[in-house]
Design a protein around this ligand. Structure first.
Ligand SMILES: NC(=O)C1=CN([C@@H]2O[C@H](COP(=O)(O)OP(=O)(O)OC[C@H]3O[C@@H](n4cnc5c(N)ncnc54)[C@H](O)[C@@H]3O)[C@@H](O)[C@H]2O)C=CC1
Ligand SMILES: Nc1ncnc2c1ncn2[C@@H]1O[C@H](CO)C(=O)[C@H]1O
Length: 494
């Protein structure tokens, strides 16, 4: 449990993790098919992948798939609460090792990290023994990618990171921690970040918010290497973001509170891919669901799907659950929380913890925070302004609760997302081997071609008993597509 090789809760948890990983493999046909297809050729031999993505059982199967294709890997989680300690331990020990003789992958992650520990772990995946650093990043939310970009700016121009990056969530308190990491790194090697950036050939990004950050870097001309937007593969965001949330949101609420959802009123901020899954989950549990939106198209969708669409301030006194899904900041503010019912449940499933104003809540005079159990806190609001003393229940301190209070999305849906991750890594690594003049990827953000998106879907049909209908050549001609696809034009919205 030392930095440099690994740092996890305890290797004694490895056996439990290994059993869960073995069962998860059965539910992840996409990843297992890629091991079958590419294992012999070892196409990732020479790839050194720094991974910053929730260290769950599902991610363990992703890591071991990358290793099976020849990659070297070092891993950290992308959230302080989302690690499953038994999965982290099993990955360090590996399928053939023992706690006394770990043979697996260096992992720097445990559930309940402090912010300082989180950024130390993120730095560890960029620090490889000897001269070689990572040549690829696999990111979720963009923290690892941002650290490299900030480090280079800091090194080259002495630009101490601002409190918040332009277009970034307000992470003032966290940026102080990041500055400490950057400063310490430069004290050890004044050209360390240059060295790391020069070896990096690209990044694959898992989630919506991380993709927003990448487009921001690309538009400003600051992106240091090519990026593949995994989130916007149809077989990722139209499945993970929606059906994954439909499963893991109620999972998180139930494990955290055991409060009956049926018959209650649930408020969902945002009706994008995640909001759609959240609203459907609440309706499935028998709640009356109210949605808020800023986008008229998504608002119209919500209304046509039978949901009430209202502003938070107009319904804040009648809802029992408040869930944010926007990828935005300051969505549920202090004035809203002060107006909520006694024992209302408040949580976020967006990537960052700034959708709910936790700093503002903590600063309310006379407020009392009581830990009910890890990642479940009762905040008692003092009497005043004509209201008696009452309390609200906040989950995972405003961080994504499906991974903080539960174990995130189930394996089958993550198999779709992670098959795109593996294909993205293969694409970038193959391109790095081409002569510069033949490279296909520049310092821009790319989506995978539709034919690969459809391939990921195909890999998951047998497991669900799906029989595809075959197009006849005449039919294919009639609708103007190849018999074997791709079946839709780029502008098609699924
Ligand atoms: N917890 C998890 O397992 C997952 C989390 N995510 C994260 O969830 C967030 C949302 O992802 P997607 O649904 O894919 O994004 P999206 O862009 O499809 O949906 C977000 C929606 O929120 C709306 N919105 C923005 N500001 C708002 C406000 N102030 N009030 C009401 N609505 C507002 C937007 O109009 C948009 O329709 C991102 O941070 C993403 O990274 C994504 C997948 C899984
Ligand atoms: N069980 C899980 N393991 C790893 N990542 C997950 C899991 N559930 C959700 N996620 C990812 O979490 C990000 C948001 O940080 C997503 O976009 C999802 O793909």
């Amino acid at each position: 449990e030392v930095f440099g090789k690994y740092k996890v809760r305890s290797l004694a948890l490895a056996e439990a993790g290994r059993h869960q990983i073995r069962l998860a493999e059965h539910e992840m046909p996409g990843l297992m098919a890629l091991r079958e297809e590419f294992g012999a050729a070892q196409p990732l031999r020479g790839a050194r992948i720094a991974g910053s993505l929730h260290m769950t059982v599902q991610t363990a199967v992703l890591i071991e798939t990358l290793v099976a294709l020849g990659a070297q890997v070092r891993w950290a989680s992308c959230n302080i609460f989302s690690t499953q300690d038994e999965a982290a331990a099993a990955v360090v020990v590996g399928p053939h090792g023992t706690p006394a003789d770990p043979q697996g992958v260096p992992v720097f992650a445990w559930k309940g990290e402090s912010l300082e520990e989180y950024w130390d772990c993120t730095e560890q995946i960029l620090l490889w023994p000897g001269e070689e650093g990572p040549n690829l990043i696999l990111d979720d939310g963009g923290d690892a990618t941002m650290l490299v970009h900030l480090g280079l700016q800091y090194e080259r121009a002495g630009i101490v990171p601002p409190d918040t990056l332009p277009g970034e969530p307000d992470h003032t308190h966290e940026m102080n921690v990041v500055r400490g990491v950057l400063r310490r790194a430069l004290e050890s090697d004044p050209l360390r970040w240059t060295g790391i950036a020069q070896q990096l050939g690209g990044v694959t990004e898992e989630t919506t918010t991380g993709v927003h950050r990448l487009y921001h870097l690309a538009e400003s001309g600051e992106l240091l290497f090519p990026a593949i937007n995994v989130n916007d593969s149809v077989t990722k965001s139209k499945f993970d973001n929606k059906y994954g949330i439909r499963h893991s949101l109620p999972d998180g609420i139930n494990r955290a509170t055991d409060i009956l959802i049926g018959g209650k009123v649930a408020f969902v901020a945002g009706y994008g891919d995640v909001g759609k899954g959240a609203a459907e989950a609440f309706r499935g549990q028998g709640a009356r669901v109210i949605v808020s939106e800023v986008d008229p198209i998504c608002a119209l969708q919500a209304a046509m799907d039978g949901f009430q669409v209202a502003r938070l301030e107009d319904v804040v006194g009648e809802a029992d659950f408040f869930i944010t899904t926007t990828g935005n900041k300051d969505v549920v503010r202090v004035e809203h929380m002060l107006a909520m019912k006694d024992k209302a449940v408040v949580g976020n499933i967006g990537h960052f913890d700034n959708e709910i104003d936790m700093a503002g809540l903590e600063a309310v005079p006379g407020i009392v925070k009581t830990e009910i159990k890890p990642q479940v806190h009762e905040w008692t609001l003092p009497a005043g302004d004509g209201r008696a003393e009452r309390s609200i229940i906040v989950l995972s301190e405003g961080r994504l609760l499906n991974l903080g209070n539960a174990t995130g999305h189930p394996s089958f849906v993550m198999s779709n997302s992670f098959a795109n991750q593996v294909i993205g890594q293969l694409e970038l690594f193959a391109d790095m081997a081409r002569p510069a003049e033949e490279r296909q990827y520049e310092r821009q953000v790319y989506r995978l071609p539709k034919v690969l998106d459809e391939k990921v879907a195909r890999l998951h049909l047998d497991a669900l008993g799906v029989r595809l209908t075959e197009l006849s050549p005449a039919q294919a001609d009639y609708i103007g597509v190849p018999v074997q696809g791709p079946y839709k034009p780029e502008h098609y919205r699924y």
